[in-house]
Design a protein around this ligand. Structure first.
Ligand code: NAD
Length: 342
């Protein structure tokens, strides 16, 4: 009779009902002892991590040096992220505290690519406006005029996993594809995508869709200068990260008509807004509130990843990551903290 290995206790922060459902389903046989907290991880809530060797966190948890130090002092050795992005983690602090960080590098890229296309189609055919009109018995078509996607030029900035699938879908619509990336995707080249410099991409594209990561070089990639190079009346789509866009510059361009349509799933200051029901609160962010007044702006609250397939992938990878750590196996999803600048 062998002794059953004691399961790893994991403090899972910032959980909604859907997180608990998918993580519990993936935690087959209760292999890990998952304890769910609704609270976001912050310095103040870090006390909840006492007695847990592992903490599981999401994109809008606070993972700055102070919070990481606080959880490490309470015995946490593993930080497992339910996200691909880790731009919100103080990696240098994590390295100094000898924390292991595991993430979910890829999960259904179809979810995000399809959402980007949903924004394009909704904005173009004004589905958001048509929905309200028809409910009120208003069947007039004035103001709902769209354009064929066929033969339009789409500029894809970042042709990695998500950009590549977005390109494939839009290729199906008969769009001409332009791309910009530091690496060229063979799959995109095979579709006939032409890689060009950014100014050329902005100048020629009817639609620009952002799929590059947020890194120092891409912060405010879409600002006054880029907007100046764009086709008048163009459509801008961002399902990547809010800070790729200088929101104030884009608002100005919407007012002048230089930008004709804006579809966002991410927003610069989204941490204070997204993922919560604020319908009973007065929203203090005037820049965001101004965006909501435009008829040609469509915003979703960071839901592009939110499909059954993506949540299943995230949960299964998270559970497997914890198992790798627990059993001392090398994990391909570990963030290499030795490469972080000292
Ligand atoms: P990926 O790593 O597969 O692709 C990113 C691509 O961007 C790569 O080809 C890379 O070479 C390219 N790139 C790097 N630096 C660049 C630069 N300076 N200019 C242009 N391109 C550059 O990532 P992915 O899985 O395709 O994800 C893309 C982005 O989507 C992520 O960075 C993330 O921010 C975002 N995302 C959003 C959601 C959501 O729910 N809205 C979900 C997942 C991912």
């Amino acid at each position: 009779m062998g002794l059953q290995a004691k399961s790893m206790k994991v403090a899972v922060f910032n959980t909604k009902s859907y997180d608990r459902t998918f993580l519990t389903a993936a935690n087959v046989g209760g292999q890990h002892d998952l304890v769910f907290f609704e609270a976001h991880l912050t310095l103040e809530t870090s006390v909840l991590a006492a007695g847990f060797p592992a903490v599981c966190a999401f994109v809008n948890d606070c993972l700055d040096a102070k919070t990481l130090r606080a959880i490490a002092e309470k015995g946490v050795r593993l930080l497992v992220l339910r996200s691909a992005g880790f731009n919100h983690v103080d990696l240098a602090a994590a390295r100094d505290l000898d924390l292991t960080i595991l993430r979910v590098p890829a999960y259904s890229p179809y979810a995000v690519a399809e959402h980007a296309v949903a924004l394009i189609l909704s904005l173009n055919r004004k589905i958001h406006r048509a929905y309200n009109r028809v409910r009120e018995g208003n069947f007039a078509l004035d103001g709902l005029l769209g354009f064929d996607l066929h033969d339009k030029t789409v500029g894809i900035v970042g042709t990695g996993r998500i950009g590549e699938i977005t390109a494939k879908i839009l290729h199906g619509f008969g769009c001409r594809l332009l791309g910009y990336d530091v690496f060229q995707s063979p799959d995109c080249l095979a579709l006939g995508m032409e890689y060009v410099a950014l100014p050329e991409l902005f100048a020629a594209s009817d639609i620009v869709s952002l799929h590059c990561p947020l890194i120092p070089e891409t912060y405010h990639l879409i600002g006054v200068e880029a907007i100046g190079q764009m086709k008048p009346g163009m459509m801008l789509i961002n399902t990547s990260r809010g800070q790729l866009i200088d929101t104030k510059a884009v608002t100005k361009a919407l007012k002048s008509g230089k930008i004709g349509y804006l579809g966002l799933d991410v927003y610069e200051q989204e941490t204070d807004l997204f993922f919560e029901d604020l319908s009973n609160h007065v929203i203090q962010d005037d820049v965001f509130q101004r965006l909501l007044t435009f008829p040609n702006v469509l915003i979703t609250g960071h839901q592009a990843f939110f499909t059954e397939e993506a949540l299943t992938n995230i949960a299964e990878t998270t559970i497997a990551n914890i198992a790798d750590f627990e059993q001392g196996r090398p994990c391909a999803n570990q963030i290499d903290l030795d490469r972080v600048n000292k």
